[in-house]
Write a protein that binds this ligand. Structure first.
Ligand SMILES: [Zn+2]
Length: 293
């Protein structure tokens, strides 16, 4: 008998939101924040960012079928360039069914937003990530003249590329947390009705009321649960079961404070939620949004 308990395999889990990124590009102050609390593991994590076989082994051990690898350029705040998109696509080649590359176009610094989205599609990118606090814009700034942002939304709407938008604060040095309010997605959901729009983190820790309002008003907007400690999920969103068809499981691993993908799944499974809600979040909704291909 093995010492470690086998992971709960009742669900074919997609972790919609983890961070496999070219950490070697991080600005020094950002890297210091990343290191905090896991000084022991930094060398391991840096190696993980270089070697997809390490990630696949962890996924096997933790009973995780698929992961979405969040990447986006943030040259001025985090340090990531456009080549972060190529990094994700290359990494995913190790097992394209299980490793889903995400990428981005920085709406503030890009000179060719439509070309940037087209390039992501050529790379096989599954989701376009926008990070308002790390790219210094509001998610509805196209209403105030940021035309590249309208082009990104419209092109993704036309081409069927889902768009994931960070909401909530960010602890990294230089991040502009005022852009984390999910209320900005009201405009986006109205102006781009066929866009597959996903709200990351439910506005945690400041804007959960706004997040819940947007998600109830716009039933075509999805909620990526990453970044919300599972044990506190029902305190943040007491009526989460009303969002059953919109929930996407995610952990944000290995971001500060997230120990393992498995631990979060187990904490989520322990919550007093209907079995069908758990299955929708962990398994079926992600299969609907991101079918195997
Ligand atoms: Zn994240």
């Amino acid at each position: 008998m093995s010492a470690a308990a086998a992971p709960d395999q009742r669900y074919v889990v997609t972790d919609f939101h983890i961070h496999i990124q070219p950490w070697r590009q991080l600005k020094p102050a950002v890297m210091d924040t990343m290191r905090r609390g896991k000084e022991q593991h930094v060398e391991f994590l840096l190696a993980l960012m270089d070697d997809p076989r390490m990630l696949l082994a962890i996924m096997d051990e933790h009973g995780i079928q698929r992961v979405g690898m969040v990447n986006y350029p943030s040259p001025n705040i985090m340090g990531f360039g456009d080549d972060t998109n190529d990094f994700a696509a290359r990494y995913a080649q190790a097992d394209p069914l299980r490793l889903l590359p995400y990428g981005g176009v920085d709406p503030v610094t890009t000179r060719d937003a439509a070309g940037g989205v087209a390039r992501l599609l050529e790379l096989g990118t599954r989701v376009l990530k926008l990070h308002p606090p790390h790219q210094a814009f509001a998610a509805n700034d196209y209403t105030r003249g940021l035309d590249a942002l309208a082009t990104i939304y419209r092109t993704c709407e036309d081409r069927g590329l889902p768009v994931l938008v960070h909401t909530g604060t960010s602890i990294f040095p230089g991040a502009r947390s005022k852009y984390g309010n999910p209320m900005e997605l009201d405009d986006v959901a109205i102006d781009f009705p066929d866009l597959r729009l996903i709200m990351a983190h439910g506005g945690r820790p400041l804007y959960m009321k706004e997040a819940f309002f947007i998600l109830r008003r716009h039933k075509h907007v999805w909620l990526d649960l990453s970044g919300i400690p599972p044990r506190s999920l029902l305190e943040y969103f007491p009526r989460i079961e009303e969002l059953e068809s919109q929930l996407l499981w995610g952990t944000d691993w290995p971001s500060p404070g997230v120990e393992s993908m498995r631990k979060n799944v187990d904490q989520f499974l322990a919550l007093p939620l209907a079995e069908r809600v758990k299955r929708a979040a962990l398994e079926t909704n992600a299969q609907r949004l991101l079918p195997a291909r």
